[in-house]
Design a protein around this ligand. Sequence first.
Ligand SMILES: NC(=O)c1ccc[n+]([C@@H]2O[C@H](COP(=O)([O-])OP(=O)(O)OC[C@H]3O[C@@H](n4cnc5c(N)ncnc54)[C@H](O)[C@@H]3O)[C@@H](O)[C@H]2O)c1
Ligand SMILES: O=C(O)C(=O)C[C@]1(C(=O)O)C=C[C@@H](O)C=C1
Length: 366
Amino acid sequence: MATSHLAGPVLVIGTGLLGTSIGLGLRAKGVGVYLQDISPTAQGVAQDIGAGVVLEHAKIAPELVVIGAPPDVTAALVGDALLAYPNATVVDIASVKGSILDAVLADPRLGPAETSRYVGTHPMAGREKSGPAAARGELFTAMPWVICAHEQAAAERVKVAESLAIDLGATMHRMSVKEHDESVALISHFPQAASSMIASRLLNAEGHQLALAGNGLRDTTRIAASDEKLWIQIFSHNAKALVPILEGMKEDLDRLINTLQHPGEPGALLDLSQLMTEGNAGKARIPGKHGAPPQAFALVTVVIDDKPGQIAALLTQIGQAGINIEDLRMDHSAGHQVGMVDVSVVPGRRDELINVLTFNGWKVAQ
Ligand SMILES: NC(=O)c1ccc[n+]([C@@H]2O[C@H](COP(=O)([O-])OP(=O)(O)OC[C@H]3O[C@@H](n4cnc5c(N)ncnc54)[C@H](O)[C@@H]3O)[C@@H](O)[C@H]2O)c1
Ligand SMILES: O=C(O)C(=O)C[C@]1(C(=O)O)C=C[C@@H](O)C=C1
């Protein structure tokens, strides 16, 4: 078993999607994990799938307590844990950081001895699903994990918080709560708002319109399926940072509407072209895997028969050729017994992959 930086045990309070994923990841590293949730079902399911053992009694001395509950109860749970476990480091993983730090520091039950053991953190990994059954131990691998140590946090406590991120295979980013909240407003909270707004346009769509839905719509609305209860808390806690970004979007939208109201006027096409090229440039700035510079992978589309064993056979073939798959996605062609598999590889291996697959009888769409 891989060695861990944390000695454990770790107590996870709030065993939903994130808390259970943390438990699974730590168990895979051999770290002892206790689980606690206000919902007996949530903690029972987390235990059943191997994320740790349900805490039956309060007599434990955890090295680390992770609060994995929703943002609106997080600060109170941080305070409770700092008092209940006087030697433990306590971290939270909520999607907003400033409002929680303010509430922890204002908690009348806590003095400097307690608050110095608290470190706010935020793993930038998740899913549009919630609850322990959706948890994945690998969720954090190569994903960013933000550490927002406040000014009075003790250095050794920050180190424990960082060990959690490292043990789960995440890449660490240190920043202040203000930098964090402004950053996630742009790269997480705004995309969620935009995706929800796009999907809400579909409420009155006709069946025949929706039947034409392709990847464009699916790509832009995946996170519209996210948990409403969680996101009303995230939006309201980070409203100050989110509003200026929405104002900017409003300006762009007004400009686009204006242009499209008079598409034949001089300059209109240039305006549209600018919208697209600015979007292209923004998209190209999103880093690749492991925070590496953006890298455009080459896409090879393989048409496969829609029958058992085809994908496994395709992947085996690619593996035997020694070519690493960077990304994979599959679509079914409506009404046809075929599937389209998009295989992403580094551009230098694209031609070789096409040759190997074609030689072995696979149908490559070019
Ligand atoms: N979902 C994501 O993609 C994501 C990503 C990063 C961080 N986060 C943050 O992680 C936290 C958990 O999110 P999630 O998606 O795992 O939510 P979730 O709904 O799947 O799980 C939350 C769990 O907390 C429990 N809980 C609620 N109140 C509690 C209390 N008082 N005591 C103990 N347990 C309590 C619930 O019963 C539930 O099991 C949130 O703060 C969220 O902002 C979420
Ligand atoms: O992948 C997703 O489903 C997510 O929305 C995850 C995501 C994100 O925006 O990247 C959402 C909220 C969390 O606070 C962190 C991660």
